[in-house]
Write a protein that binds this ligand. Structure first.
Ligand SMILES: *Cc1c(COP(=O)(O)O)cnc(C)c1O
Length: 338
C-alpha cells in the first residue's frame, strides 16, 4: 500500500529510533527532562523566539495559544478553512469560550485589509472584543499554499496597532520555509506565538512545540497542565524532534518535487476536473462528472493507494518522508491506468 493520506503516517527512521533510545530523560513536570529542555530551546532559537513548550499534538499547541490570547466575550479572527476552526473539535468554543470571525481568503490566506475590515469597535457593546488573529502556514485546506512574507509583515503591523495578538498555526511551517526560502528567525519577530508540528513532514512519531515569549510560555505551561498535557519522561519523544530539526528540514524539498510530479500525472486524466496548484507537499484535486470522492478513494484503495476525501468531490494526496521515488513511479503508473 502506498499511503498518501497524510504526512503524519511516517514511522521513525532507524537512526531516529537509535537517538530516541539513547535520550537522557527526567520528569518534565518538574522541568527536569534535559532533552525536552534542549528541544524547546532549539526550536525557539530557530524562530528567533524566547521559549518553547513541548506538547503531545498540534491541536494542543494551537488550543493553548488560543486560550492564552482570547477568552469569553472575545473574538478570534481566522480564515473559514483554518484547522483551528474546522478540525479541532470546536475547541475554540469549548476551551476558550470565544467567538470566531471567519474570513474567506485566497485558498485560506487572509490579508491585512480583510482583517482590518473585521475588527470590531471595542466601544460597541453588541460585539465581542476582537483579540486574536490566527493564521495558518502552509494552509492545509488550501492545498499547501504559503503566505507571502510581506503580507505577514502587514498583518503583524496591523495587529500591533489595534492591540490584537497574532498566532501562527505552523503545523507545516517548515514546508513553507523550504519552499519560500524565507528566513525562519523573521517569523519570530511577527507572531506572539507559533505552533510547529514535529509529527508531520519532519517525521517524528509524536509532538508539537509552542513558541513564544518567556512570559507567554510560562502561562502556556499552566494551561498545558490543566488540559492533561504535562508529560513525564517524554524526552524519548523530544529526542526525535531534535534529530528531525537537524536532519529532516532540507529534505522536504524532495516531498515538494514528488507532489508536483503527482499533480502533473493527474492533470490530464479524464476523471480529474482540476488540480490545485502545488506549492509544497499537498495535492488536492477535484473529480470530474460529479464523481464522489468517497467512491474514488475506495477505488484508489483497491489499486493500492491510500488517500483521503477533502470535500464531496475533492481528494487529497500528501507526500512525506516514507514516500520515495519508487513508490512515486508506481503511483503514477496506477493513476494512468485508472
Ligand atoms: C495536523 C495539523 C494540526 C495539528 O494536528 P494534530 O494531529 O493535533 O497534531 C494543526 N494545524 C494544521 C494545519 C494541521 O495540518
Amino acid at each position: 500500500m502506498i499511503d498518501l493520506r497524510s504526512d503524519t503516517v511516517t514511522r521513525p527512521t532507524v537512526t531516529m529510533k537509535e537517538v530516541m533510545m539513547e535520550a537522557e530523560v527526567g520528569d518534565d513536570v518538574f522541568g527536569e527532562d534535559v532533552t525536552i529542555n534542549t528541544l524547546e530551546k532549539k526550536a525557539a532559537n530557530y524562530f528567533g523566539m524566547e521559549a518553547g513548550l513541548f506538547c503531545p499534538s498540534g491541536t494542543m499547541t494551537n488550543q493553548i495559544a488560543i486560550k492564552l490570547h482570547s477568552g469569553p466575550l472575545t473574538e478570534v479572527i481566522c480564515d473559514q478553512k483554518s484547522h483551528v476552526y474546522l478540525y479541532e473539535g470546536g475547541g475554540i468554543a469549548y476551551n476558550s469560550m470565544a467567538s470566531v470571525r471567519l474570513l474567506d481568503g485566497d485558498r485560506g490566506r487572509i490579508t491585512a485589509e480583510m482583517i482590518a475590515d473585521n475588527i470590531n469597535n471595542p466601544d460597541d457593546i453588541h460585539a465581542p472584543v476582537s483579540k486574536l488573529v490566527s493564521l495558518e502556514n502552509t494552509m492545509n485546506k488550501g492545498g499547501g499554499c504559503f503566505y507571502d512574507f510581506q503580507e505577514i509583515e502587514k498583518i503583524s503591523k496591523l495587529c500591533k496597532e489595534k492591540g490584537l495578538k497574532l498566532h501562527l498555526d505552523g503545523a507545516r511551517l517548515f514546508n513553507a520555509l523550504v519552499a519560500s526560502k524565507d528566513n525562519a528567525e523573521k517569523y519570530g519577530e511577527h507572531f506572539n506565538t507559533i505552533s510547529i508540528c514535529l509529527s508531520k513532514g519532519l517525521g517524528c512519531p509524536v509532538g508539537s512545540v509552542l513558541l513564544g515569549s518567556v512570559e507567554d510560555i510560562k502561562k502556556a505551561r499552566r494551561i498545558r497542565k490543566v488540559l492533561g498535557g504535562g508529560m513525564r519522561q517524554a524526552g524519548f519523544l523530544a529526542a526525535a524532534g531534535i534529530y528531525a530539526l537537524d536532519n529532516h528540514i532540507e529534505r522536504l524539498s524532495e516531498d515538494h518535487e514528488r507532489a508536483k510530479k503527482l499533480a502533473y500525472a493527474l492533470q490530464d486524466k479524464s476523471y480529474v476536473e482540476k488540480v490545485l496548484p502545488v506549492d509544497t507537499n499537498i495535492v488536492i484535486f477535484t473529480l470530474s462528472d460529479k464523481m464522489l470522492a468517497a467512491d474514488f478513494v475506495n477505488k484508489l484503495k483497491e489499486s493500492g493507494i491510500l488517500a483521503v476525501t477533502f470535500g464531496k468531490h475533492d481528494v487529497r494526496f500528501v507526500t512525506h518522508l516514507d514516500f520515495n521515488d519508487q513508490q512515486l513511479e508506481k503511483c503514477i503508473e496506477i493513476i494512468s491506468k485508472l
